[in-house]
Design a protein around this ligand. Structure first.
Ligand SMILES: [Zn+2]
Length: 702
């Protein structure tokens, strides 16, 4: 998710801090679409017939499923995405266990994925090594005497995947999409984002107290005396709070104009006189860098002040924390357990009863995921295209790719038709929008050019060493792209991923093999359900090219103003309708969805569903009308297909974390939100004007 700074919109949050909540298990899976022979792709036991479709469609369609699918103890949320990801993980486990036992030739991808997995599973060796794998880093941190030393060690930690102070990466130049440039980005926080440090409500304060305790505990595990580690943790919170205060708000981060500040070395020197970018670039192996994008100049200005205002000793404490924080999942059990205690249990866990709108009450203490799952995920992160290559051979038939392509083209055609008749758009903008749509690149299943891992050494000796080398390989790979032509064959997700994305700088839509399965797409299911599921997911990604963020990029992927002022005004007014709609949704207590934060995703859901519906209707033209099934018309089945994709239960802390940080609305609001704007939905279920699923002021963009 951090590989591309801003130009990616996807169907749900990428993994990262939320890894605990997003990856999955299988034994808990109940029957879903496609499991039953002769099914039309929707299991009617998912329904909650006590709820009327026009009152709360999501509850009507998926209430039965939600009631009978409690969240497994090791998850923060449980739904279609997690269930399918879980199934994929079990398949990956088989691949990895086979590779581990295969005596593959040294240096081959098979040897690497097998050995990486084995090293991760070898808890005896991990426990025996203790904190030894951190010693080289700890020694470097201990030797810091000056700000110059501090920045040298910061670069070293960056190269090993430790996110201290800020982030540095390569990115396409937003205004010259054929160029790859370096980019510096705000960062350096241990909590999910700035508001966690600044909000003054009781819950936020409690969470900060828990965080300080967690930081202290981790430092104690590293060997610091208890009384000392408490003071150190307070220092760390102070440093991070200063960084958080200077960080850009997540709503502003979505605006590519606000994060584009290309600077030459001289500008950088003025911006951060205490930080030598020349030294930093030299240390990364790229002394030739003369110009980078600085995503948030105000953040770097404040960081620069902090560099000298904060005693060097405090910085050393801060770096030790970020080191152990990043390395924790690969360290002995006590580190893993404490890391989970905070990130899994406190930040995303179930410590409270469900809000009123969540009718099925979840029970149970939370557990950490079994080790094999964490190891499958780790292998996917470090060697994803080596593992994915085997995965697609086994699990992604060529027919699936052909079918998905056909659907994508139908969806693009539907939006093209829509653009021609859109009442609020003038001819000049219409021409540009159509050209952008024509220029969309479509990627399905997996990359045509697999990543070359030959420079990455992996063995069975040390899991921590494998992790470090993996991070170094990736840092080097990303920075080596700077100054070279853009590689348009690259993928930002691995093949088994249950997700999809739109990258505005590439003007492309990408659908990994992992998502093209039931309940998103089922070759044996009714077309209506497939269009409501995978069709709307495809439509969602297409529409991202025209949401509040994507609409700022042209067909070549350049950040460029191609809208007439009048059309832009119209677009913004229509977008404001969607933003207001989501602002009104109550997540928990006084916490609402943040309309501005979820605007892009909400526009994409509404637009995606609208064009998927149009494409489905078009596919029926000239054919006999499909019969009703289990009493549902084809149009009704389309909307059931949509709700089915969003069926999910979440723990309340997880829901709060999502609402605070995630540009995707909660599944419940995605399930109902767009439908309540669509006359097609009201018509399909004969909903009347004053019923809850019919909004008085319907939002309509595409
Ligand atoms: Zn999206």
């Amino acid at each position: 998710m951090s590989k591309r700074f801003f130009s990616v919109g996807c169907i749900l949050a990428a993994v990262g801090i939320l890894a605990v909540g997003l990856a999955s298990v299988g034994l808990h899976a109940s029957a879903r679409a496609g499991d039953k022979p002769n099914s039309w792709g929707f299991d009617t036991t998912n329904l909650d017939k006590t709820c009327k479709p026009c009152d709360d469609f999501y509850q009507f369609a998926m209430g039965g499923w939600m009631k009978s699918n409690a969240i497994p103890p090791e998850y923060s949320s449980w739904g279609s995405f997690t269930q399918l990801a879980d199934k994929n993980q079990q398949n990956l486990r088989q691949i990895l266990e086979a590779a581990a036992g295969a005596k593959a030739s040294p240096g081959s991808n098979e040897q690497k994925i097998g050995d990486f997995y084995v090293s991760c599973m070898d808890t005896a060796a991990i426990d025996a090594a203790g904190t030894k794998p951190l010693e080289p880093e700890l020694t470097r941190i201990a030797a810091i005497k000056s700000v110059a030393d501090l920045q040298g060690v910061t670069e070293y930690l960056h190269s090993r995947g430790v996110g201290a102070l800020f982030r540095f990466n390569s990115t396409q130049d937003a205004k010259d999409s054929n160029r790859v440039i370096g980019a510096a980005f705000q960062g350096g926080l241990g909590l999910p984002e700035r508001e966690y440090y600044l909000k003054e409500d009781d819950k936020s304060k409690q969470l900060r107290e828990a965080y300080v305790k967690h930081v202290a505990k981790m430092l104690e595990l590293l060997g610091d005396p208890a009384n000392q580690s408490a003071a150190e943790a307070a220092t760390i919170l102070k440093i991070e709070t200063a960084l958080a205060s200077a960080s850009m708000k997540n709503t502003d981060l979505r605006d590519p104009d606000k994060t584009y500040h290309k600077m030459m070395l001289a500008d950088l020197k003025t911006l951060t006189p205490n930080f030598s970018w020349e030294a930093y670039f030299g240390a990364t192996g790229h002394p030739e860098l003369k110009e980078i994008n600085v995503g948030q100049p105000d953040f770097f200005k404040a960081l620069d002040t902090q560099l000298t205002a904060t005693p060097v000793g405090d910085w050393k404490t801060y770096l030790r924390w970020h080191l152990v924080n990043a390395a924790a999942p690969g360290l002995p059990e006590k580190f893993v357990a404490e890391d989970f205690e905070f990130r899994g249990r406190t930040l995303t866990g179930a410590k409270e009863i469900q809000p009123r709108w969540k009718r099925c009450v979840q029970a149970g203490a939370k557990e950490i995921q079994p080790r094999w799952k964490r190891c499958v995920q780790a292998t996917d992160r470090v060697l994803g295209e080596a593992l994915g290559q085997v995965y697609v051979q086994k699990y992604f038939p060529p027919e699936a790719k052909a079918r998905a392509l056909e659907m994508v083209h139908n969806l693009i055609a539907a939006l093209r038709d829509d653009l021609q008749t859109l009442p609020w758009m003038g001819p000049a903008t219409r021409t540009q929008a159509t050209a952008k749509l024509q220029a969309f690149a479509v990627k399905i299943g997996y990359t045509d050019k697999w990543r070359d891992y030959s420079a990455l050494k992996i063995d069975r000796k040390s899991y921590a060493e494998n992790q470090w080398r993996g991070a170094e390989f990736d840092f080097g790979r990303r920075l080596n792209k700077i100054g070279k032509p853009v590689d348009r064959t690259e993928w930002g997700m691995t093949p088994p991923t249950v997700n999809a994305y739109n990258n505005s700088s590439m003007n492309e839509i990408v659908f990994p093999a992992g998502i093209m399965q039931p309940p998103f797409y089922d070759p044996n299911a009714d077309d209506a359900v497939n269009y409501g599921g995978m069709g709307a997911v495809i439509g969602h990604e297409i529409t991202h090219g025209f949401d509040d963020h994507g609409s700022k990029f042209d067909g070549q992927g350049n950040l460029k103003d191609w809208w007439s002022p009048e059309d832009l005004k119209n677009f913004k007014a229509r977008a404001a309708c969607v933003s207001d709609q989501f602002d009104a949704y109550v997540v928990d207590g006084d916490l609402h969805e943040n309309g501005k934060l979820v605007l892009g995703e909400s526009i994409a859901d509404l637009g995606g569903l609208t064009i998927a519906y149009a494409a489905y209707e078009k596919s029926l033209q000239g054919k006999p009308r499909p019969p009703d099934k289990d009493g549902f018309t084809p149009e009704q089945r389309f909307f059931l297909g949509w709700a089915q994709v969003w069926g999910a239960n979440e723990r309340i802390e997880y829901a709060r974390l999502m609402a605070n940080t995630n540009p995707h609305p909660l599944p419940r609001f995605r399930g109902n939100g767009p439908l309540s704007n669509m006359a097609e939905f009201a018509q399909a279920f004969s909903c009347k004007k004053d019923e809850p699923m019919v909004r008085e002021q319907a939002c309509k963009i595409w």
